[in-house]
Design a protein around this ligand. Structure first.
Ligand SMILES: C[S@@+](CC[C@H](N)C(=O)[O-])C[C@H]1O[C@@H](n2cnc3c(N)ncnc32)[C@H](O)[C@@H]1O
Length: 480
């Protein structure tokens, strides 16, 4: 983060604005809206000052500011025509210890101006840290369409009840839950529709219920959420909603930083590991921890890579919760086979190649598991193998030993959907050697079947710069 986002109280304080053009007018208008007294230094005022020229808190001074003018000011804006004037104003402000913003001159800025969505008292500020103000404005425009103007009314309504809620609900935790429930439910709808009387009655009932709950103890719950294979854009809306609600998150190795950053910032983070050989916490302990945290009344997010019910042991983790009657929800995620196949340009099924697709795991307690070969070696089928990277030589040897065609195409997708994605393609006979030469470390998904040949035509994803992605034959050079 290049800038610290804060909201500054300038009500009743002096804000200096230097300049008589459109930008200076916008700065002055904003400061007036925030309750400041504006001292405007400009020889002449342009037409843009039309609406605020006679504002009682605006004082127009028709010359350049001097040193004493900045004394005690909260902020200063320079938006002069000449660069030399801007530099002069910025220097005076800085000498007086007053933070200054200078239009279009980042080197003369102590703070920058965000694009704002104004639903006062609700304000959303968007900034690109100066990298692309136009992009920030585009995002603001999108937010404008997503936030009904009645959000301002809702914020005001909540503000009117704030003290009462503070007085009746003692713990910050109960208050947070109370507000999350009321502001995201029927009460908000009543406020939006203008029926504030009914909203106030509902608020009173909700407050009684929350107070009773505080006395009897808050009920915790567990959200078992699939975070997908890595690209944060692949998580579901429901996952995001619950991630934003959690008090504590238990996550493992396959959940990357980009996804963790979407979890509510204040949530406690507990890493529960799980490399193939290095279980930071044994499975039973994870289940016990989930149950304990929920019994303490916390909202527990169990975040798992891919889909929690596909080779994720999600079922085992919630069995104990079910036994102990602890409420839980399960949110599916994009499983690695789907994510990797999509991002590698390999459809798992295709009318000309495969009418079925089998998801298998090759990894047992002691290496390769005994697979059901009659199911696996079927024509016109794709086999997606999870957890197979480390035993790939044994796996491919077993395929050949059971009669598979050694020329059957295979792709191994490492770090699928992530910026470091790499894809190795070859045949059952040579893929283990190619993957070893490329130094894959995983996680990796093995896709076996003639659908792999479609990658030459359908590959589309270009991973980030840190990838050494090998391009499929036919379209790019350098395939493994
Ligand atoms: C314990 S399983 C978890 C699977 C997960 N529940 C799912 O639905 O994707 C871990 C295996 O999933 C595969 N995997 C997970 N994320 C992957 C990724 N981004 N790229 C390739 N393979 C991945 C690998 O085979 C890895 O060994």
């Amino acid at each position: 983060m290049d800038y610290l986002p804060i909201f500054r109280d300038v009500s009743g304080r002096t804000v200096i604005v230097a300049g008589g053009g459109a930008v200076a007018a916008r700065r002055a208008e904003l400061a007036l809206r925030a309750g400041a007294r504006v001292r405007l230094f400009a020889r002449e005022l342009g037409d843009d000052f039309q609406t605020i020229r006679d504002h009682p808190r605006l004082e127009h001074i028709p010359h350049c500011p001097g040193q004493g003018d900045f004394e005690g000011a909260a902020l200063a804006y320079a938006a002069c025509k000449r660069e030399a004037d801007d530099r002069h104003v910025a220097a005076l402000a800085r000498a007086a210890g007053v933070p200054v913003n200078t239009a279009d001159r980042p080197e003369l800025c102590d703070f920058i101006m965000p694009s704002i969505v104004d639903r006062a008292p609700m304000i959303v500020a968007v900034s690109s840290s100066g990298a692309s103000p136009i992009l920030a404005r585009m995002i603001r425009a999108r937010l404008e369409t997503m936030l009904p103007s009645a959000y301002g009314k809702l914020a005001k309504f909540a503000g009117d009840f704030r003290e009462k809620v503070m007085a009746r609900l003692k713990s910050a935790e109960t208050r947070r839950r109370f507000w999350e429930r009321t502001l995201d439910g029927p009460l908000a709808t009543l406020v939006f529709s203008g029926d504030e009387e009914a909203a106030a009655a509902l608020m009173a009932r909700e407050l009684d219920a929350a107070e009773a709950e505080e006395k009897t103890g808050i009920a915790g719950e567990v959200y078992l959420v699939g975070a997908g294979p890595g690209d944060p854009d692949l998580i579901t809306f429901k996952a995001l909603r619950l991630m934003q609600r959690a008090d504590v998150v238990l996550y493992d190795r396959l959940v990357g930083e980009g996804i963790l950053n979407l979890v509510r910032r204040e949530a406690e983070r507990i890493y529960v590991g799980k490399k193939p050989d290095d279980h930071t916490l044994p499975q039973e302990d994870i289940s016990a921890l989930l149950a304990r945290l929920a019994r303490e009344g916390r909202r527990v997010l169990r975040l798992k890579g891919g889909d929690p019910f596909i080779f994720g042991r999600g079922g085992e983790e919630i069995e104990r919760l079910a036994e102990e009657r602890i409420p839980f929800q399960v949110v599916p995620g994009v499983t690695a086979a789907s994510g990797c196949s999509a991002y590698a340009g390999i459809p798992l099924t295709h009318r000309d190649h495969a009418q079925s697709c089998l998801f298998v795991t090759a990894h047992g307690r002691n290496g390769l598991v005994d697979l059901d070969w009659s199911q696996i070696l079927r024509p016109r089928q794709t086999v997606a193998v999870y957890m197979g990277l480390r035993i790939l030589p044994d796996l491919t040897a077993a395929f050949i030993g059971r009669g598979a065609n050694p020329d059957m195409p295979v792709a191994v997708v490492e770090k699928g959907t992530r910026p470091g994605q790499r894809v190795a393609s070859g045949t059952i006979a040579n893929i283990a050697r190619k993957v070893k030469e490329a130094g894959f470390t995983g996680p990796a998904m093995i896709i076996i079947g003639t659908v792999v040949t479609l990658r030459g035509k359908l590959s589309w994803y270009l991973p980030g710069e840190d990838s050494t992605e090998t391009r499929p034959e036919g379209r790019f050079t350098g395939s493994i």
